[in-house]
Design a protein around this ligand. Sequence first.
Ligand code: SAH
Ligand code: MG
Length: 897
Amino acid sequence: MVTGDSSLPPKKLAVNPKTIIHQRFGDKAHYNIEEIQESVSNGCPGLAISQKGPCLYRCRLQLPEFFVMSEIFKRKKDAMQSAAEKAVEKLSDPLVEDPSDQLVARLSYLFSNEFYSTCHPLSGHFRAALQREGCVNGFVPVTLMPIYDSKLFNLCKSIKPDVESKPLEVTWMIMDAATRLSDTVFASKELLSLRRTSPYPPEVLQSVEVSCKQETYVKVIRVPYSTAKIIEPLTLDVSSNNYYMDAIARELGAADASKVLLSRCIGKASSETRLYIHGPKSFQLDLMPEREVKDHQAYLNARASYLSGQDIYGDAILATIGYMWKSCDLFHEHVSSRTYYRLLLNKIPTGIYKLSREAVLAAELPEKFVARSSWRGLLPRDILCTFCRQHQLPEPVFSSTTNGGTKDMRASDETFRCEVKIFSKHQDLIIHCHQGESFKKQSDAIQNASLKVLSCLNNYLMNLNRPQEKWTNGNGLDLDFYPEHISKELQFFSLVHKSWPGIEANTKRLLAVNGTNQSNSELADTICSYNIDGPDSENIPSSGCLVCVCYSVFLVKEGDKELLEKNDEFEFELGSEAVIPDLEAVVAQMGVGQSAHFRVEVPQELIFAANGDPTRILSLLSSGGCSLEFHTTLLRVTEPLEDRMEKALFSPSLSKQRVQYAVQHIRESCATFLVDFGCGSGSLLDSLLDYPTSLERIVGVDISYKALPRAAKTLHSKLSQNSTGSVQCSGIKSALLLEGSITTFDSRVYGCDIGTCLEVIEHMEEDDATLFGHVVLSSFCPKILIVSTPNYEYNVILQRSTPEEDGEDKNQTKPCKFRNFDHKFEWTRKQFTTWASELAGKHNYSVEFSGVGGVEGVEPGFASQIAVFRRVWDLPKNGNFSDSPYKVIWDWRSCNA
Ligand code: SAH
Ligand code: MG
């Protein structure tokens, strides 16, 4: 970070500090200059946002005993000078005393009159101690002092750097320091507590007003060490005459507050949610007989250890309670079993996302980051930072590189790539994502790389049983993963999340569509069936659309229902897997204004993290036979970016122009049999039915099991209407929808009069697009084949004319990225004509090029480029094949036929 005065050279001293350092340390003084990109704070350390500012320098001066870091300067010389100056200051600083003396001084302050009336998180304990009855009156447990006073803790740490992992040792260090204050502080070894020797003067006692709430109860959770026992809700009495630490001690079976150990904060750092445990018999573990240590360690509490990232033994109590800065009153929040399950959820990438969307049961971490404008919930980078914090891992290290900045490049050509590294506590590399893709916006590069890392982690966590070697090298080319370096952090994961729902459910798919006469065999292998109600709507969402639904989820058992989760407005991008698969599949069949309900299996732990009443949930579940019931209504649909772009520029829309183009060829050729390759949700077939044509037989083929039922639905209603004679397409005798890949031959599609393949090939890998070309021309042998695909050269125009969707980059030129996130490529005119001409030549077809959107011969060509292939030979008469690998999704025959 650049400080305000960073560019000013340090003030001159009479004697040059560098000389002083040299005289004193000679070559034992090491100056290291670091280059710093002028950076903007973005809440993520380690990430320098490169702006074309001057390069800045910082100097680290390492001396035998310590090091200092300079401020940031424009000149290396100034940075070195500043470091030397700081070192000299430090060497002669009279305040740098022996840390043991400082520890004593700090303790003395804590027991002063002055401290008593502060609003320090620790002073509340001093006041509460005066309310304790009997022999503990006035005693403050030492165990909690370093927890609530970080100065005290840091002093202990500077004396003994490894105390972090040894809370008991800190206790003894403070006890020892207290013996040097015997005039004012009384230390009880037996109680592990400290007390003032003299009472506080009355005016000090009166200076703090503590509100006297008579009865206060706080709900907490007991987390038994044995995972066989379930977590148990408890209520603590923390009324003002009852020190809350004593109340916790009683629940733990400890003699008093001083025998209770506290974990670090759990969840958010500021939460005051902690685990409380009974300390070992002797607080000096090294003095304890080995057997006793072993006994103690036999009670390892996996759940508590997993939550806190510390080794915790015995039963633990999870509570949100404590004194806070700025208030003298005791703060508390109730902790329920839901709190516990949410804390667990917050340790998994998908769980962090679910919580950020307040949609534990419905949301899933998407697999793709398309654009900030369509992402909902916490952004991938923030999820990743949260994940690392939750597992006490160092912050992720992001480094982005840019190809920009060279003189002969226009600023708009600048692109970014981002690398992410995740390290273990011991600085071993866990994940290194070196992303291949480059992005126009630095933030997109970062979010994409973060999401890759998150998906990898999620995937790993959901498949922990998978053999170790499967993970090495098997994770794609742009990510290295070393699970052995994270397994320590996750040693309790499987034990704690016994059956984590997710992965298995994803593999089950939904096919049942209401109201279409498809073969019902698929119904058998779906996990749920559903009903869609309400009048049909034109507006059925397609992949890439931003949909907005309302939904509620119930736990149901026979007549009983418990509401678990409800959202009045919930937006997600269709096709991005941002919600559970069942919900996505159902919404993909719905029109705006329609409602649906369906049931799914109960996701064990998740429902405890949802908002229902935990006791009701438990009683419903205990009797078995429950399921989850979703009710959802589709409220709104916002079209995908590609369509928005096209609509902004063309009238009629590009897709309509493509349909009209096909109709013209159907009419000219008097075609009766049409096959639409990659028909998607049937927009072409559907629109064709609005024109009078010679068509009698239409077939749609697509690989997407989600899109086809939608196609079936719209075609079905249109063709059924047709039997009343009111629409144009009265000539259609049969219609068929097939699921399969158009790179595979199926005899039902052989020899059509006209084949259409509109805006499909760019959704396949380039090799597959070519394979399709060979298969279609050599095996399917249509008389005419129309293939359309975006013209990459046209994107400049499309993207310039799009209204900005993010406010953030108003002044930035829009990148020439692909039109749709699912596109695997977009070709220039040259690439397309080369592809098509080679295919035509090989299979003895003629080919002509044309397009829609734009004007023939005017740069940069058509928006959608089109190739029309024509077979210049006759089909052999013996075309009698029986291959039929495609699956029939819908088979319609006219009753007039
Ligand atoms: N032709 C439609 C849909 C275009 S979207 C229209 O113009 O509106 C591209 C479609 O290609 C998607 O529905 C996708 O499922 C389909 N697709 C991609 N690869 C495919 C393959 N190998 N076989 C069949 N369909 C495929
Ligand atoms: Mg497309």
